[in-house]
Design a binder for this molecule. Structure first.
Ligand SMILES: [Zn+2]
Ligand SMILES: [Zn+2]
Length: 250
């Protein structure tokens, strides 16, 4: 379920990056940007989140770890257990520096059991096997491929510029979720690129032979029909656009 799909400037009434993934009673929150915790409270029980995984440390992917941690640590959501929070390498020190800067010790560590994943190795969370790929962005950033025991897969590109790593990671995936932050037109971004135009996810999905492509992390100021057309031309098939509260069954 999409809790939030906004890029850096949130959609009107929207939330930043946050996706709820459930399988066989296991619930994973993938990214936790600003506004995501309020959405989570609307649609799920925060105390029942089994793990949190963060793609990278930009604010639009992790800022709501602060209220989530507070709610967990203070027992406000019915549980004082600390779910594991899997951060990218360097996450533990970054969270500590952030807490120090705002004068609130243990701001994130209070509610979560904070761990760092090793993007070179597979991570097992409940029934899910997770592989990572480093993708080009303005800070270290990791795409991830989630696979359940019977082989069904969701691949999330995180924030990224054009790259081959995501094609390799996503090869043959069932659902490929890619950002389209730069919109339908040709890129006007300066090099090195850190985001995709709508045609680029289409090309990545085409080369990865993904069964379905879901565009996300695009602004409500963009023309959704144009985005879809640009992506479909490159993909050679139907493309879906993520919307908040939408559920996708793989
Ligand atoms: Zn982002
Ligand atoms: Zn980012």
């Amino acid at each position: 379920m999409v809790l939030g799909k906004s890029p850096a400037m949130p959609d009107a009434g929207g939330a930043h990056s946050g996706y709820l993934i459930t399988h066989a009673g296991f619930t994973l929150l993938l990214d936790c940007g600003a506004g995501v915790f309020a959405k989570l409270r609307q649609y799920a029980d925060p105390a029942r989140i089994d793990a949190v995984l963060i793609s990278h440390l930009h604010a639009d992917h992790m800022l709501d770890l602060v209220p989530f941690s507070f709610a967990l640590g203070a027992g406000l959501v019915g549980s004082r257990r600390q779910p594991p929070l899997w951060a990218p390498p360097g996450g533990v020190a970054s969270f500590a520096a952030f807490a120090d800067a705002v004068g609130m010790e243990d701001q994130i560590n209070h509610g979560f059991w904070v761990r760092e994943y090793d993007p070179q190795r597979e991570l097992k969370l409940g029934p899910l096997r997770i592989r990572f790929a480093s993708v080009p962005h303005y800070v270290p950033c990791y795409a991830c491929d989630l696979q359940e025991p019977t082989g069904r897969r969701l691949t999330f590109g995180a924030d990224c510029g054009p790259n081959d790593g995501i094609v390799r990671l996503a090869k043959g995936t069932d659902l490929l979720m890619l950002e389209a932050t730069e919109g339908p037109g040709p890129s006007v971004a300066t090099s090195p690129r850190g985001h995709l135009t709508a045609a680029e996810p289409g090309l990545i999905a085409h080369y990865a032979e993904a069964r379905r492509l879901l565009l996300t992390h695009y602004s409500d100021q963009l023309d959704a029909a144009e985005l879809r057309r640009a992506a479909e031309r490159a993909y050679g098939g139907q493309v879906e656009l993520a919307t908040e509260q939408a559920r996708y069954v793989i």
